[in-house]
Design a protein around this ligand. Structure first.
Ligand code: PLP
Length: 263
């Protein structure tokens, strides 16, 4: 990770730690290079992997730098924070895709459906049903942008880490959930997402990522109408290269681009 002194306009003024601001452009170049290398090593094209820059807790100025450096996909944990950033960055020349990667509370399903292009964190019928209802309201509403979003695209979040993470459907229950969710109007299931247990050793994530790919193949075998399982969202700053080696086509990277949060 590369750091620079905060001498550029707008930097350094709010940073009393003296650590400077992260060099987002240089960090991005490094992450992209590593993704490309991991992809080629696995016999994949770098273009087949979409880098989602995770912007939670990151000031909008730094997020804008990432966009100026070519980022088109942004990830947020919280609906409110994502909507605020989406509005702040809406005037840019390239359309951005917003990804909701954190747990969704059902009372925020409406805002989530209206503001995010892909929701990675569907892990229960309750959440799926709330999004389906929200999609219905968007379809009938007056807002043309809403109508365009009348199909809410989602991933099923699978918990392959056991006790360590609270969220995600149990892998044994994934097929059952998928069958029910596939029948809900206004939802398009596009793939699976998982969060590997935290470890200092990225190799420890490999079996988890393998399991997600295997589960996606198994579920694709069900051939459910309206379901495509071609997106695999796995890998974070710690382990995105391993994820690419194991078939990820969406990697969610925050710290390696923006530096440590809240520090
Ligand atoms: C925060 C977060 C990330 C990014 O984590 P980093 O370690 O900062 O790259 C990815 N996915 C989810 C679900 C997150 O909450």
């Amino acid at each position: 990770m590369t750091w620079r002194r905060g001498r550029e306009e707008g930097f350094g003024t709010t940073d009393s730690s003296g650590a400077g601001s992260p060099d987002v452009r240089a960090n991005l170049a490094e992450v992209r290079e590593r993704i490309a290398r991991a992809a080629r090593k696995a016999g994949r094209t770098p273009e087949s992997i979409r880098l989602v820059a995770v912007a939670k807790g990151v000031p909008v100025g730094l997020v804008r730098e990432a966009v100026q450096a070519g980022i088109t996909d942004l990830g947020e944990n919280r609906v409110q924070e994502g909507v605020a950033k989406r509005e702040a960055l809406a005037e840019g020349p390239t359309p951005l895709r917003w990804h909701l990667i954190g747990h969704l509370q059902t009372n925020k399903a409406g805002r989530a459906a209206a503001n995010f292009d892909l929701i990675h964190s569907v892990d229960s019928l309750r959440v799926a049903a709330a999004l389906s209802a929200a999609a219905g309201r968007l379809r009938e509403g007056p807002d043309p942008a809403g109508a365009r979003r009348a199909t809410v695209e989602v991933l099923l979040q699978v918990n392959l880490a056991g006790e360590e993470t609270k969220f995600g459907v149990d892998p044994d229950a994934a097929a059952g959930l998928l069958r029910v969710v596939a029948g809900l109007p206004g939802l398009g299931v596009r793939g699976l997402m998982t969060i590997a247990p935290f470890s200092a050793d990225p190799e420890e994530s490999r079996p988890v990522f393998r399991k997600l790919l295997a589960l996606a193949r198994e579920l694709a075998g069900l051939r459910l109408a309206g379901v495509s399982l071609d997106l695999l969202s796995m890998g974070m700053s710690q382990d995105y290269e391993v994820a690419v080696a194991e078939g990820a086509n969406l990697v969610r990277v925050g710290t390696a681009i923006f530096g440590p949060r809240g520090g």
